[in-house]
Design a protein around this ligand. Sequence first.
Ligand code: 8GP
Length: 833
Amino acid sequence: HPASVPEPQRAAWEKHAVKSFEDQDGFEREVVRHVETTLARSLFNCDEKAAYAATSLAFRDRLITDWNKTQQQHTFSDTKRVYYLSLEFLMGRALDNAMLNVGLKDTAKAGLADLGFRIEDIITQENDAALGNGGLGRLAACFLDSLASLNYPAWGYGLRYRYGIFKQEIIDGYQVEVPDYWLDFNPWEFPRHDVTVDIQFYGNVRKTTDASGKSISVWDGGEVVQAVAYDVPIPGYATPTTNNLRLWSSKASGGEFDFQKFNNGDYESSVADQQRAETISAVLYPNDNLERGKELRLKQQYFWVAASLYDIVRRFKKSKRGWSEFPEQVAIQLNDTHPTLAIVELQRILIDVEGLEWDLAWNIVTNTFGYTNHTVLPEALEKWPVGLLQNLLPRHLQIIFDINLFFLQQVEKQFPEDRDMLRRVSIVEESQPKMIRMAFLAIVGSHKVNGVAELHSDLIQTTIFKDFVAIYGPDKFTNVTNGVTPRRWLHQANPRLSELIASKCGGNGFLTDLTNLGKLEQFVGDKEFRKEWAEIKYANKVRLAKHIKKTLGVTVNPASLFDIQVKRIHEYKRQQMNIFGVIHRYLTLKKMSPEERKKQLPRVSIFGGKAAPGYWMAKQIIHLINSVGAVVNNDADIGDLLKVIFLEDYNVSKAEIICPASDISEHISTAGTEASGTSNMKFVLNGGLIIGTCDGANIEITREVGESNIFLFGNLSEDVEDLRHAHTYGSHAIDSDLDAVFREIEKGAFGTPHDFGALIAAVRQHGDYYLVSDDFHSYIETHRLVDEAYRNQDEWVSKCITAVARMGFFSSDRCINEYAESIWNVEPQPIKE
Ligand code: 8GP
């Protein structure tokens, strides 16, 4: 029986086609149906969890109708598709987003109320889909939202981790990691047990000849693991386009477990094989901006890349086009170097399986791929030992050697005088052991390489990839400044502000064209508008204050200045400098007379973020923040003047409460280290100002909002190298205020001094690599300016409004349009109703 239904029977299908609910009545009917049939419950045992499940299933049904339509139309029109390969998709919650994107949140709210539930209680039942670490994973999620909202035919490909990023608990001031078992109930995925790919590892390569006598390589033997597809519908905003995120899950190939072994009495090993297979997609590696070269990680990468490429090639082959047309039908974007093996895998498929000549195949490969770099930090650049690859993927290693050989031959011709060039750019690093440099492989195998903010794109072209610019010319390298989706990060997170903006900007158009925010600027002078604006900010601070009270038991005054730094804990992001600054503030307050103190502006310093479990220094920083909080928050002299808060388990859904509540947020990385940053954009978009260094996208934010609407401080990236050099070879005098802070810590003011010795030694004895001392004075001074500016509330609010009005550039829609035009060469394909 053919898979598609013959013409004469199609009328019956059309007659019974599923109709999506459109109104409250229809919604309620669907919810009740799901409670009573899918969940087998009733009105007598429907708790909030069940109501969440039924509501989600009702919306999922709606999405899938549009998903089917979208996929059918994209298939029929045989259009070029974009494939976004990312090892991380930090999606957060799906229900609220789905309701807003299909435009039925109010309907659902009324419907749920009618059925006896408050929509807020239902939305918060959902576990975050936390399949990512931080910026890189969240960027991928914003991109999916924009791709669908702009009607681009696009798929995301990732791994379906059984455990996402760990949950963080703070116990006695220390981070404790708890597994994130998020899949206990996930209504947003469709298991596709019929979409599977067998993935091979290990084994041997032998040379043989094919039927025509041509010499070919055959890779056989080894272990086989099955990839099973799980599809997650991605709805666009105010459009029927619903794209697909396909996540692969690993399973023992050929059944549940080895029955042969089982029957022979070898129970343990029969189950062990199964478990080993499932381990591949079991857990997300919790490192941000750090690579550790573990075999299981490499297995994850190949498993995911091979399954995705098999799928992409299978889809392409259905079109019956010639291979040379592959790059006209397929654009694959590599989100960092994690999927770089896709370059090798496609070359392998084309030459070993499809029998193409090397050069023809390589031309197809390089025209298909684009590579996005997210970091210049050396410890984050991926390298794999040759021996590991030889064992796990012997054929791929041969192909990598060949890619490198042909590449170096070309370089040698181009630069016959520069012998050292070959050593510098070789994909194979001649170290002990030899290593494969994945970023170099990604550059050689792609037609475009981009950084994620202007400074970062300049830096990669002048430092780590400089030789490649000389080899390929500057056109291969480009910049696409990051963006964030205004749907989640304004409309969903800050509904009142979104509504106020809509009332001034002629409706919700700013949500699809963020430059419409520009219209706000003409209302800066409007007193009534400023008042409403300030009220909304205050209400958002009250919401966060309640969260703080509920989770930490600490009372904070919402009238204080809320100063927030939330992001992964990393020395380069300099949370240590922030907490040193907080101690400095505390010491200054302590020295004041009670009268003087009364004149000071109350402040709440809020931190949040996870430390990689193996990153000891980052964990020390968390401990110091909590130790300072324990002292300051209980000091009767200080009262409301200073509170120090560490929010537990920072994640996407918490960010939606935190971002709208800042007065000022901190983006204070050592210049030249933060590729872009994206929370800087979210905070400004929500009407908070930022204090930051001249780093990443802060620079472009400054250009857009104007220098008077941002607080910049610190050394510039061009001075960093000289300063570091001076620390190492010259004398390194510590800033006197910082020294006073250190001495206070060493006196034991915040607990056992020994606990914080390493944080101090990093600055005093170990060269202060992140320039904490060099920047400390201007950091403190700039915070003083922040206080001063905040005292004039009228002017402060005007700055905030002006800044928001000028944030139009930072939408991920703009960003995706740039990728589409300058890298992917794809056009939007609106879905016909
Ligand atoms: C981040 C960058 O650090 C950040 O500046 C940038 O905004 C973001 O990517 C998006 O471009 N990098 C990572 O999150 C990262 O390297 N994560 C590692 C887990 C891979």
